[in-house]
Write a protein that binds this ligand. Structure first.
Ligand SMILES: CC(C)(COP(=O)(O)OP(=O)(O)OC[C@H]1O[C@@H](n2cnc3c(N)ncnc32)[C@H](O)[C@@H]1OP(=O)(O)O)[C@@H](O)C(=O)NCCC(=O)NCCS
Length: 367
């Protein structure tokens, strides 16, 4: 993923503000670049004169998938694109929200050269529903990158995107999960603000004879999933609504990855769930919803079950919400992913969001 230098990272450490040392350079795969470049301004006219920004439209899809392949070197099928941007929007409108608009940039010959995507989803903030918007698939065609400030298309596009979201969904929490280098570009542009570096932990057995918790496969349609959201939502101060509709869209209907849902029960009563990703080099517990006070025993039971079902002995990787990591007392190692608040015209500052946010790997569109 992205590379960054210790020099440029010193600036971002303050912005991250958790008091823990942030050394992105540990993940630096290409250390030749020592600082973010002072890019030459290419032309007199600003990017604003050279590009037209507008909301993405359904018939942009083919060109967007082409741009994605050019920028990321991977292809996305029409099915994947529609699931991500169409079906997520249906989830948001089902909850009574407008659909936030992704933004595209066209050059003077009407070529589609950049995109910033949004996933609007039903969320929750301290006892009340709010929209939560994830910014994703931010990409600029290689020939249209560079420049600073109003000469930089990325900056103009992200500011335009965030202003549109602020207008349509003024109470929304907007976040994203850039790699470290794109994060620093966004920080410089005044659009990203670091909440924290995502930390990865590892869960493993062995089974304890006195653990009353059990994990077993659970059906995505089980109505108790909604009851669990209702029963436990007081422990989610800011986060996605983890109900049946969300689990269906995010995991059961996902065209790119396969997931397994496990119910967590104590003495036969369902009291939580976990979602495991089956694909990828290592199995991951990508999502979890269970009482904080029972996290230690419930997750121990789940780890035993997953290790057995997946024939693993090296543990299951997981991003635990902060309070759960503390409750379990497990260490976390820094990942290359920055959890970023979208600060431009934001309703919720990083100081507030940092202390409230409940997120897991499943919040991120790539897992
Ligand atoms: C991220 C992006 C939109 C920024 O565009 P931009 O503001 O025009 O900035 P530039 O592309 O000119 O990048 C500025 C510097 O950061 C570097 N950089 C940008 N993205 C990087 C990445 N993912 N990893 C490592 N370095 C990166 C560039 O190489 C450049 O350094 P250089 O001038 O020394 O070559 C654009 O680089 C892009 O589309 N990248 C590919 C897609 C991507 O990574 N999206 C973010 C997903 S998290």
């Amino acid at each position: 993923m992205a590379n960054a230098s210790p020099a440029s990272l010193k600036d971002s450490i303050g912005a991250c503000g958790s008091g823990r040392s942030r050394d992105f350079s540990r993940h630096d795969s290409t250390r030749q670049k020592k600082r973010l470049p002072e890019i030459e301004l290419p032309l007199d006219n600003s990017a604003m004169d050279r590009y037209r920004l507008r909301a993405a439209e359904p018939n942009d899809e083919h060109r967007l998938r082409e741009l994605f392949a050019t920028v990321f070197g991977e292809s996305r099928t029409a099915e994947e694109w529609r699931w991500k941007y169409g079906a997520s929007c249906a989830l948001a409108t089902g909850a009574g929200y407008h659909c936030a608009e992704s933004v595209v940039a066209l050059d003077d010959s009407e070529q589609l050269v950049a995109h910033a995507g949004v996933l609007p989803l039903p969320g929750w903030r301290e006892g009340a529903p709010i929209p939560i918007v994830q910014v994703c698939d931010v990409m600029v065609h290689p020939e249209h990158r560079g420049g600073l400030g109003r000469h930089n298309l990325f900056t103009l596009m992200l500011r335009d995107l965030l202003a549109r979201i602020a207008e349509r969904l003024p109470t929304a929490f907007r976040y994203g999960f850039p790699g470290q280098r794109p994060y620093l570009i966004g920080e410089r542009s005044g659009v990203y603000e670091c909440l924290e570096i995502a930390l990865e932990s590892r869960l493993s057995g062995p089974r304890r004879w006195n653990n009353l918790w059990r994990a077993a496969p659970l059906d995505w349609n089980d109505a108790r999933i909604d009851a669990l959201w209702e029963r436990l939502n007081a422990q989610c101060r800011l986060g996605l609504i983890r109900d049946r509709a969300y689990l269906h869209w995010r995991y059961a209907d996902n065209p790119s990855h396969r997931y397994r849902l496990y119910g967590l029960s104590r003495l036969g009563r369902l009291a939580g769930w976990g979602v495991c990703a089956e694909t990828g080099s290592e199995p991951s517990l990508v999502d979890l919803w269970l009482p904080l006070e029972s996290a230690r025993h419930a997750l121990a039971a789940l780890a035993v079950r997953l290790e057995s079902d997946l024939s693993r002995t090296t543990g299951i990787r997981v991003w635990l919400p902060t309070a759960y990591r503390a409750a379990l007392g497990v260490p976390g190692t820094e990942t290359p992913v920055v959890v970023a608040n979208m600060r431009w015209e934001t309703a919720i500052s990083a100081e507030i969001a940092r202390n409230l946010l409940y997120y897991t790997m499943g919040d991120v569109d790539i897992f």
